[in-house]
Design a protein around this ligand. Sequence first.
Ligand SMILES: [Zn+2]
Ligand SMILES: [Zn+2]
Length: 99
Amino acid sequence: MLIRSNNPIRCLEHNCVVSVYCENDNKLLCSNCMLGKVEHKFHKMTPIDKCEPFLRERLPKMCQSVEKEAKAISDTSALILKNLIQEETEAHKILNSLT
Ligand SMILES: [Zn+2]
Ligand SMILES: [Zn+2]
């Protein structure tokens, strides 16, 4: 998932195209994010298409760190799943030896 400057950037939480950047939270927000958090109303927001060049430069970095986090989470859940399957297999073995 590489972000190209002309591609719309999607909110990872709502899978909606982000429309503003909240400077207080240092986050890109879609309309669902704004509706979900009343505090944003009092925050400084910049429409994404009017973003300063510095923000455009920062965007790929921000998205990369989010992607990294998401990968770490999926790695962890894969590990948990693996452990669960192993435990279940062990439990079946014990059950089988009992019967
Ligand atoms: Zn959102
Ligand atoms: Zn905010």
